[in-house]
Structures are given as structure tokens and as C-alpha cells.
Design a protein around this ligand. Structure first.
Ligand code: LLP
Length: 415
């Protein structure tokens, strides 16, 4: 389903023209389609109807309270990686008993907050984290529910910065060490072993790496159960890719059918941690052309969004489609570098885009719903953009544009 379509020559989000959104809320502005969000979540769950499952939306991909609240209302759980994300989920009305807590660097305070909230499970990533969690739980007179995040050493065939399941990266417990660590965990008085977890990377566009990882995980589950360590849930992580340009990620049902086939008749709850696949194509970044600058070698369209608003192109050389909000059919198409005002040569949003542009035109940077606003910064003292949710022909502001005074309100001039 595409929620961003041309209607009468103007790009719309559902049934609202992006021109109107720019007029009402200004630019740069993130725009989300509620229907696309609901549809993605519903489709993701469709193939899991007959399976005991929990879909934990990866908060880091888009932590806006309105988005978390929408997913919570649809029954989602959440994958968090910080105390900040825990607070957000709770503020958004998410249920603590559907939260999994991932991440390699959990502090004692974060553990305490999560134990106080009674989360569903900690995904523990190292032996030292396990010891700390046991200590924190002991100090509170609690037992911490735990999965070990194992590193199955499979190649997710994705960008090296977002591949996490290989031996040489910082995530998870080495596969060879996991069995022994499970035995230690089972003997710890304030740890309750509940499950097993793995997450191999992000923007994965094939099913095979997921199944290879699951194969290894299931082998370990068998060994553990034979040794008397019961595993009640398997968390298969997130990572399904989306289409930014011409990628062909597996359909949700293809992915879930393959996983369910591998699980077979096992009596186990399945946990999923999708982020990008639920929000990526449900959001765009709306921006205005401030200047056209033509040089001998390149034409630049300098827009009012920048790397601080959408970091993915600068950081990963990621491709996002860029569409004119009012495409013209004249013959003035030129090849543009779409760049922001930030003082870095790496501040680009797209290279070599064929567009017909003039000052004041609006552009939509597509597929920006995941890891867009969540990775935005205030570099160059730029206020972060507004966020707007569209529902049919209605718009609602879900995050106000930051104001400049707030950006340095916490700073002090020394006397
Ligand atoms: N679970 C864990 C433990 C994760 O580390 C991640 C993402 C997810 C789930 C969700 O993965 P997803 O379904 O969204 O692929 N900033 C990068 C992506 C970083 C992903 C980090 N971990 C980007 O913009 O491409």
C-alpha cells in the first residue's frame, strides 16, 4: 500500500496535499501516514495468528510518543535499548510486560528502572552484564527474566555498519560460549532464564540469513533443553528490510512462513523486534528548495533539510528517493545534488537526481520513517523538525518544531 500518491498533480500523504502541510507546519517536517503504520503492523502480524507471539516494535527506529501509542493500541510490545526508551514507552501507554530490553551497555540504573517496571525480558549481551543484572535484581529482592542474545555468526549481507550477527562485532554472546553462560545464568539466584535472542542486522533483504541464524539458535535450544535449561521464548530480532530504491525484501508472510516452518511443532513463544519494516515507508521528510546553485561541474539544490535531520545518506551513503511535490512536465529537467545548509561536504540528501526545480519548490524525501527523526541532531544549532501524523484528510502535529532558545537553555556562561 502506498500512502504517498499524486492526486491532481500534487503529492499527497493519504488525502492531504503536502503543500498544505508545508503551509500549515513549515519545513523541514516529517510526515507520517497513520494508515501505512497500521497496515504495516497488521500485515506483520497476519501470518502469526495461529502462533503464540509478541511483536516488539524497535523503538529506536522511531520513538515518537504518538507512534508508540498507536502501536501499543494495536497490541504491540516494544524493544528498547535505554532507560530513555523505557520511559518513552511507559509515557506512551505501552505495557511493561511486553517490553524486551536489548543493548550491550545497560547501566545499573537502567536495569533497576526496568526491574521496577516489571518488563517481559532482558536480552543480556555479555557475562559481565549477567553478573551486574543478578546483583541489581538481588538488591531489589527480584528475579530478572533473561534471554541471552547469542551471536550466530551469520552474514546478514547488509551494510557493515548495520550488520550485527558476525563474530567480529560487539553484539551478543559468542555462540561457542552461550551454552556455558546459560548454565551459569541458571545457577544465579536472581536470574530467571526465560528465552533466547538473536538479532543479526538491519535492512536485510533475503530470508536465508534469518533462517541460518534460527537454525543455529534452535540447535542451541535443543542442547539447553537436554541439559535441563528450559527456553520458553525465542526472540528472532528485527532486521527485515524495506524498499528504498529497487530492493526486493521478502514479504512479511514469506518471512514468517519460513520462520514458522523452521520452528515446526516446538511449543515456544516467538518474539519479533521489527523497526524499519513497520515505519520506514510510512514517513517522509518534507523540505523546501532554498536556492538553486549552478556551478561548472554540478547543479546544487540547497534545501532546508540537512544531514542533522536525516543522517542516513551522510552516514551510510544510503539512498532515499526524492520526489517533487508538484512535478512539472516541462523540459527543464537537470541533474541535481540535493544538499542541505550544514557546513560539511558530507551534507547531502541525494546525488545525481533528475528533477525540474526552482527556488521555493517542495521535495519529499521518501522512506524516511525509520531512523530519520530518531537519529536527528542539533548540529549547526539547527532545531529539530516538526512531525505530523496524517489520518485520511486530517493532520495532527505529533512533535512541535524545536525552538532555538531551547537548544542552549541548559548551557551556562561562566562568571
Ligand atoms: N533489535 C535490535 C537488538 C536492534 O539492534 C535493532 C536495530 C532492531 C531490533 C531493529 O532492526 P530493524 O528491524 O529496524 O532493522 N540506523 C541504521 C539502522 C540501525 C539498526 C540498529 N539496530 C539505519 O538507519 O539504517
Amino acid at each position: 500500500m502506498n500512502s504517498f500518491t499524486l492526486q491532481n498533480g500534487t503529492l499527497h500523504a493519504e488525502n492531504v496535499s503536502l503543500n498544505n502541510i508545508a503551509n500549515d507546519y513549515g519545513t523541514p517536517c516529517y510526515v507520517y501516514s497513520k494508515a501505512a503504520l497500521v497496515n504495516a503492523y497488521t500485515q506483520f502480524c497476519a501470518g502469526l495468528k495461529h502462533t503464540d507471539h509478541l511483536v516488539c516494535f524497535a523503538v529506536k527506529s522511531n520513538p515518537n510518543l504518538a507512534i508508540l501509542n498507536l502501536f501499543a493500541s494495536l497490541g504491540a510490545g516494544f524493544d528498547i535499548v535505554s532507560g530513555g526508551e523505557l520511559a518513552r514507552v511507559l509515557a506512551a501507554g505501552g505495557s511493561a510486560d511486553k517490553i524486551v530490553f536489548s543493548g550491550v551497555g545497560k547501566t545499573a540504573d537502567e536495569m533497576q528502572a526496568a526491574l521496577t517496571a516489571n518488563i517481559f525480558c532482558f536480552n543480556v549481551e555479555s557475562a559481565s552484564e549477567l553478573v551486574r543484572l543478578n546483583d541489581v535484581a538481588a538488591s531489589m529482592g527480584k528475579k530478572a527474566p533473561v534471554s541471552l542474545r547469542v551471536n550466530p555468526n551469520v552474514d546478514a549481507k547488509t551494510h557493515p555498519y548495520i550488520s550485527t550477527g558476525l563474530k567480529n562485532n560487539k553484539f551478543g554472546v559468542a555462540f561457542e560460549e552461550a551454552f556455558a553462560l546459560y548454565q551459569q545464568a541458571s545457577a544465579m539466584p536472581n536470574i530467571a532464564v526465560h528465552g533466547i535472542d538473536c538479532h543479526i542486522g538491519s535492512q536485510i533483504t533475503e530470508v536465508t540469513p534469518f533462517i541460518d541464524a534460527l537454525d543455529r539458535v534452535l540447535g542451541l535450544v535443543d542442547e539447553l533443553e537436554a541439559a535441563g535449561v528450559a527456553i520458553a521464548h525465542i526472540d528472532v530480532g528485527g532486521g527485515i528490510g524495506i524498499c528504498y530504491a529497487d530492493e526486493t525484501p521478502p514479504a512479511f508472510h514469506t518471512y514468517s512462513e519460513a520462520i514458522l516452518a523452521k520452528i515446526g511443532k516446538r511449543k515456544v513463544k516467538l518474539v519479533f523486534e521489527p523497526g524499519r519494516a513497520l515505519v520506514g515507508n510510512a514517513g517522509i521528510l518534507l523540505t523546501k528548495v532554498e536556492y538553486i546553485k549552478e556551478t561548472e561541474s554540478k547543479n546544487f539544490a540547497i534545501v532546508d533539510a540537512a544531514m542533522n535531520d536525516l543522517m542516513r545518506p551522510a552516514l551510510y551513503d544510503a539512498y532515499h528517493e526524492i520526489l517533487a511535490v508538484e512535478p512539472t512536465n516541462n523540459n527543464n529537467t537537470k541533474t541535481y545534488e540535493i544538499v542541505g545548509p550544514v557546513c560539511e561536504s558530507g551534507d547531502f540528501l541525494g546525488h545525481d537526481r533528475n528533477l525540474s526545480l526552482k527556488q521555493g519548490d517542495l521535495l519529499a524525501i521518501m522512506s524516511a520513517g525509520a531512523y530519520g527523526m530518531s537519529m536527528a541532531s542539533n548540529y549547526n544549532t539547527r532545531p529539530r523538525a516538526a512531525e505530523v501524523m496524517v489520518n485520511d484528510n486530517q493532520t495532527r502535529l505529533i512533535r512541535a518544531r524545536e525552538n532555538i532558545a531551547d537548544l542552549f537553555a541548559g548551557e551556562k556562561i561562566l562568571d
